[in-house]
Design a protein around this ligand. Structure first.
Ligand code: ADP
Ligand code: MG
Length: 240
């Protein structure tokens, strides 16, 4: 099994705080990795290190076997990596459809023609179930639909590796189900996905393996059911 993503001793320090420490982990192509851990555990920083939005203080990031440590976000996007942001930040003054199309235009494999970018935008909006909202302003969307927009923006880049940072937070159970189906559908198409999530039901439903971060370090990892019933994981969540 080839690891599509591999980190070796990955670490990041912010002043006196070691936000991520010595994370060595491999994600085989086509797998879904669930990443859990209490608030402040380093989950978003881990994502930011992989996508180049934050530079590591130590360690390496390999994508498809290629050393991409310290590469700029655009270079990592061109290597086939897309992500959502925990804090949604759409372009105001543009429609939902245009928001996705702009992402397509700046994406790695595009001709640069607006008409075909808009066409591609409609395809991914359809895939995430909000094509009917394409003409709206992003600010008018519900929380659940704004998350779908984030999802669509990432998918529009045709990634090999997709990183999702708490895309289900604050959603009702009825709104979570479609997100799970979407992720499983992407996996079926061969995408590799990293899902950072607090919704344990969601983690169990989609993950092939789970990595638990605690105070920046890997507390444990492996089979989802085993990991989620590990007393050390339960303790970490209870803040003991
Ligand atoms: P999580 O996503 O697991 O909740 P984060 O990765 O956001 O955790 O944060 C891990 C730790 O690093 C926290 O203590 C947070 O305050 C700190 N941190 C994150 N980003 C920065 C930053 N840009 N500057 C300083 N500290 C940061
Ligand atoms: Mg976070």
């Amino acid at each position: 099994m080839t690891a599509l993503l591999e980190t070796q001793g990955l670490g990041r320090r912010f002043g006196g705080l070691q936000a991520v420490s010595d994370v060595s982990f491999g994600v085989p192509a086509g797998q879904v990795l669930g990443v859990i851990g209490p608030n402040g555990a380093g989950k978003s920083t881990f994502i930011n290190l992989v996508t180049g939005h934050i530079k590591p203080s130590s360690g390496k990031v390999l994508i498809g076997g290629k050393d991409m440590t310290g590469a700029k976000p655009w270079a990592i996007a061109h290597a086939g990596v897309a992500r959502t942001f925990q804090i949604v930040k759409p372009f105001r003054g543009m429609t939902v459809r245009e928001n996705v199309a702009v992402g397509v235009l700046y994406g790695p494999s595009h001709s640069g023609r607006m008409a075909s970018a808009l066409e591609r935008a409609d395809q991914v909006l359809e895939e995430v179930g909000i094509v009917h909202l394409g003409g709206r302003a992003p600010g008018e969307l519900s929380v659940a639909d704004a998350r779908r927009l984030e999802f669509a923006k990432a998918l529009a880049l045709d990634p090999k590796l997709l990183l999702l940072d708490e895309v289900m937070a604050g959603l009702r159970p009825s709104e979570i189900e479609p997100s799970l189906e979407l992720i499983l559908g992407l996996k079926e198409r061969g995408l590799t996905v990293i899902v950072v999530e607090h919704v344990m039901k969601a983690i169990l439903a989609v993950s092939d393996q789970v990595m638990v971060l605690h105070q920046g370090q890997i507390l444990t990892s492996g089979d989802p059911r085993t990991v989620l019933s590990d007393p050390r994981v339960i303790e970490a969540y209870l803040g003991k």
